[in-house]
Design a protein around this ligand. Sequence first.
Ligand SMILES: NC(=O)c1ccc[n+]([C@@H]2O[C@H](COP(=O)([O-])OP(=O)(O)OC[C@H]3O[C@@H](n4cnc5c(N)ncnc54)[C@H](OP(=O)(O)O)[C@@H]3O)[C@@H](O)[C@H]2O)c1
Length: 276
Amino acid sequence: MKVLIAGANGQVGAELTRLVKSEGIEFLAAGRTEMDIGSRHHVMTVVKESQPDIIVNAAAYTAVDRAESEPDAANRINHQGALHLAEAAAKFGAILLHISTDFVFDGTKEGAYVEQDTCRPLSVYGQSKYDGERAIRDVSDKHIILRTAWVFGGEANFVKTMRRLAADRDELNVVSDQRGGPTPARAIAESLIRIAKDVLAPEFAEWGLYHFTGSPSVSWYEFACHILKDHSGVKVHPIPTSGYPTPATRPANSVLDCQRIKDVFGIEQPDWRDYL
Ligand SMILES: NC(=O)c1ccc[n+]([C@@H]2O[C@H](COP(=O)([O-])OP(=O)(O)OC[C@H]3O[C@@H](n4cnc5c(N)ncnc54)[C@H](OP(=O)(O)O)[C@@H]3O)[C@@H](O)[C@H]2O)c1
């Protein structure tokens, strides 16, 4: 198996690169310089030359708030980039494993979102990711789209932000009316490898959408309290979303039902507390 990783320097991309290396899997780790997914020509050239069996798209425009004022940039990467990879995969006989987001939903559902639930993105970022999903579906049947949420593992994420703020503040206000499943980048990488191995079996037929997040589901406030449980000098206060206005609207309920990935691939939800 040869794996081409797009976005190899991001949170998930870097974990995946580490993991394929340690497992002795043949791979090409492509950061933005090695393969700009916004360029169809660049993608076609790299895929043609590297001849991967599996392409993992861990590349994305993830600046959720900035996307509100940069819709073209978000669209170029999250929509067009996904399309280019799907086209290249179809043309050169590779299977695309793509990562998407809970932000395709509007967060108004009572209970966890299943893969068949209607998407209604609230933000430019969410819409661009949803458009990417649809573009992939239009181009090929043989793909896997893994929707995840609240990713942590690299340098820029909620866990690192809370720890940094706790180092020089006595009190922190954290939103308590948005819920989701924090997801370790490492666990996403482990799942992608498991999926990559299974989908290469000739008899595999369970293509399409999967949800995958860590467990248990919490609010940002509860997540922060757990991250800072050993920082006794910091008091964490719950606040409503209205108390922390942001350019992009976020779903109040980001909880994803992860039953399908368990049924098909035997992948269990990781307990995110084990990865902190
Ligand atoms: N982070 C979350 O909380 C979260 C939640 C739900 C879903 N997701 C999804 O999970 C996936 C991985 O997210 P992540 O947290 O690992 O993101 P990340 O850390 O922001 O990494 C994204 C990577 O994509 C690269 N990239 C950006 N534009 C590119 C382009 N034109 N060509 C090639 N690479 C490009 C970035 O490179 P530069 O460093 O050069 O910009 C960066 O290394 C994404 O699909 C994201 O939408 C993330």
